[in-house]
Design a protein around this ligand. Structure first.
Ligand SMILES: Cc1cc2nc3c(=O)[nH]c(=O)nc-3n(C[C@H](O)[C@H](O)[C@H](O)COP(=O)(O)O)c2cc1C
Length: 141
């Protein structure tokens, strides 16, 4: 599936929770109705795709590296994520990712996303833009 072209327009998301579960690789095994509504994808388009399907190019790589390091060490990760809808618009979420255990072994992850506040979005936009700039400078050297 081709990635949509980002358009600099936000999609308003003020209430409800986006819930998804993934396997150990981040492949989506379940997405609730709100996730479909906000991301703009049909359930069938999300199932068996990497969560990367909603990755926005404004998000720094380092953030996802930290996210994976944290959940690989069986800890929870929480933070702000800017995501890309199917139609190219973006939406911000406050994400809480938790490892799922069975017999003491992690078999997947669950993500619960609530709407991000304007203050959180303002802070994260600034921070992520700086991180991305650093990454681009490193790439150029
Ligand atoms: C449970 C779970 C939820 C995730 N949610 C998101 C998300 O909302 N947006 C996102 O871009 N990546 C999310 N990721 C991380 C993606 O799997 C992926 O690592 C990220 O989009 C970076 O993609 P890339 O490594 O291909 O550049 C999630 C991962 C897990 C395990």
């Amino acid at each position: 599936m081709r990635k949509p072209m980002p358009i600099d327009e936000s999609y308003r998301f003020d209430e409800g929770l986006l819930i998804s579960t993934t396997d150990l690789q981040g492949i989506i095994t379940y997405a609730n109705r709100k996730f479909c509504e906000v991301s703009g994808y049909h359930k069938n388009e999300l199932k068996n795709k990497n969560h990367h399907i909603v990755r926005h190019p404004d998000m720094p790589k380092e953030l996802f590296q930290k996210l994976w390091e944290t959940i690989h060490s069986k800890r929870e990760w929480a933070g702000l994520i800017k995501n890309l809808r199917k139609d190219g618009r973006y939406y911000w979420v406050y994400t809480h990712i938790t490892p799922l255990f069975f017999n003491n072994r992690v078999y997947g992850y669950t993500a619960i996303n609530r709407p991000a506040s304007s203050h959180e979005i303002e802070e994260a936009s600034l921070k992520y833009a700086q991180m991305l700039q650093q990454e681009n400078i490193q790439k150029a050297i």
